[in-house]
Write a protein that binds this ligand. Structure first.
Ligand SMILES: Cc1cc2nc3c(=O)[nH]c(=O)nc-3n(C[C@H](O)[C@H](O)[C@H](O)COP(=O)(O)OP(=O)(O)OC[C@H]3O[C@@H](n4cnc5c(N)ncnc54)[C@H](O)[C@@H]3O)c2cc1C
Ligand SMILES: NC(=O)c1ccc[n+]([C@@H]2O[C@H](COP(=O)([O-])OP(=O)(O)OC[C@H]3O[C@@H](n4cnc5c(N)ncnc54)[C@H](OP(=O)(O)O)[C@@H]3O)[C@@H](O)[C@H]2O)c1
Length: 446
């Protein structure tokens, strides 16, 4: 097992926790490779900017990436810049932890009208993701409909309804703060296709929506009536019980005349995004459960809206030709070992959202990565050794392809530049969103 060389693809929580588990095992060298110039995956580009405590998990991830047995190689897209087969020349094993970054679609007419976006796009934009168009959002809409009642829907609804001065102390890029400050949004409506007993948000996150100083929260008490079965489900589940308590309290509130209003509505499923040349409204069909199955009643309700955000979850698109199990929507695996036709592909492993689908919080990825690394270490003696043992060889190959990997010092240069920018707005950091600026900063050209 001595002198194992492992590549971990993806520097989100799953990849970094996998690197930690590998280095704990002893004589293992790990390269953590990411397509982005900056590490940490959705911790940097997903967790909402005002969730400062949650974002500070990056300090723990940083310590892992600073381990001398770990090397960060950013700006390298596995699949595009180097193939999976080529990696086998340099590494004895490869752990893919590339997440599930692609949004799900609604499949209703009008979904692609201008003004209709995925929450993924909105999150990427306010998080300063280098792939996001800087001017994708102008927030000239007064009415916004958010589809879905999961924690991402809660995040985007909160960012839309919070006053921008409450976000000025966060790491949001300057162009994002400017748009949020000039935002015309006054009405945000979140739609759940099932009832409150089936909503996916968690109570702490839900509760924050009632604490937004510039926004009233409105819930229709009729939406909170539960069937006998739902009463039993709620009674048996602590989160559902607490969610219902919060929603019931809100349903008794009268609008306080604040500048913005956030409505949460249930039993309405998407029927159509309305509009001819751009979004002008959203049509939803009333629903109910029949024998436990969601069915439409045929009755529809139209909401005025100039912007629609679908927040209906993510999906896995396996990188570098890895297989996809259409039933689970993930890469087929056994304890993290990638399977093809039921048999493990030697030296190939998966962790995180790529392995178990787009659910679960940051912490869930730790035991998940631990399981994968345990499988890898159990296989170690049987793994064929990579012929190339020089750690610089892969960097040279990439350079020949005009791919300049960003090492840890490059990321540290970005980190320092962002902290210096933060001082200009009296906050810890302002993110650099523009890819070119990120690269030039990393390579010491700025
Ligand atoms: C909007 C949003 C907000 C969230 N907020 C919270 C929160 O507040 N608290 C919480 O506990 N959880 C939160 N989560 C969940 C949490 O972010 C996930 O559980 C976690 O990030 C999944 O980790 P991962 O490493 O599998 O994937 P990711 O974090 O997505 O990391 C995948 C990494 O792989 C890289 N990559 C992708 N393709 C390639 C490639 N071809 N080559 C090289 N690199 C590649 C990506 O650039 C990325 O860095 C949130 C999720 C979302 C979507
Ligand atoms: N603060 C945090 O801890 C935090 C923050 C953000 C994200 N996360 C985690 O990240 C994961 C992903 O979150 P998510 O919000 O993207 O996904 P999610 O929890 O799966 O929620 C998706 C929502 O979209 C709805 N939906 C799906 N398809 C739909 C359709 N066709 N029409 C209408 N509604 C539809 C779902 O309703 P149904 O239930 O009816 O399918 C559900 O309400 C979750 O595990 C979440 O907890 C955590």
């Amino acid at each position: 097992m001595s002198g194992l060389r492992v590549a971990v693809i993806g520097s989100g929580p799953a990849g970094v926790y996998a690197a930690a588990a590998l280095t704990r095992a002893g004589d293992v060298e790990v390269d953590v490779i990411d397509r982005l110039p900056a590490p940490y995956g959705l911790v940097r580009y997903g967790v909402a900017p005002d969730h400062v405590k949650m974002k500070s998990v990056d300090a723990a991830l940083r310590r892992i990436l600073e381990d001398p047995a770990v090397r960060f190689l950013g700006n390298v897209d596995v699949g595009a810049d180097i193939t999976r087969e080529e990696l086998a020349q340099y590494y004895d094993a490869v752990v893919f932890a590339t997440g599930a970054a692609v949004d799900r679609r609604l499949g209703v007419p009008g979904e692609d009208l201008p003004g209709s976006f995925s929450a993924t796009d909105f999150v990427a934009w306010y998080s300063g993701h280098p792939d996001a168009e800087l001017d994708l959002f102008t927030l000239q809409a007064t009415h916004v409909v958010v589809i879905g009642v999961g924690n991402v829907a809660v995040d985007v609804a909160r960012v839309l309804t919070k006053r921008s001065d409450e976000l000025a102390s966060t790491d949001v890029p300057g162009h994002v703060l400017d748009v949020l400050t000039a935002s015309a949004v006054t009405e945000v409506t979140m739609l759940g296709r099932r009832g409150p007993a089936h909503a996916r948000f968690t109570t702490k996150e839900l509760r924050e929506l009632g604490e937004i100083s510039g926004s009233d929260i409105l819930v229709d008490p009729a939406d909170l009536e539960l069937s006998e079965q739902e009463e039993a489900d709620v009674a048996a589940d602590r989160t559902l019980r607490a969610n219902l308590e919060v929603l019931r309290e809100w349903s008794t509130r009268k609008p306080g005349g604040r500048d913005r209003r956030l409505r949460i509505k249930f039993w309405l499923r998407p029927a159509e995004v309305l509009g001819s040349s751009a979004v002008s409204g959203f049509r939803a069909e009333r629903t109910r459960l029949r024998d436990g199955r969601l069915v439409g009643t045929g009755a529809t309700v139209d909401f005025p809206a100039q912007m629609v955000l679908r927040s209906v979850g993510y999906r896995v698109v396996p990188p570098a030709g890895l297989p996809l199990d259409p039933d689970t929507g993930t890469v087929p695996h056994d304890g993290g070992r990638v399977l093809v036709d039921g048999a493990p592909l030697p030296g190939l492993y998966v962790a995180g959202w790529l392995k178990r689908g787009p659910t679960g919080i940051i912490g869930t990825n730790k035991p998940d990565a631990g399981e994968t690394v345990a499988s890898l270490l159990a296989d170690a003696d049987r793994l064929p050794r990579a012929p190339e043992r020089d750690p610089d060889a892969i960097v040279k190959l990439l350079l020949e392809r005009k791919v300049q990997a960003i090492g840890w010092s490059g990321w540290e240069a970005i980190d320092a530049a962002e902290r210096a920018l933060g001082a200009t707005r009296d906050c810890a950091r302002i993110k650099i969103a523009d890819r070119e600026t990120l690269l030039r900063t990393a390579f010491g050209e700025l």
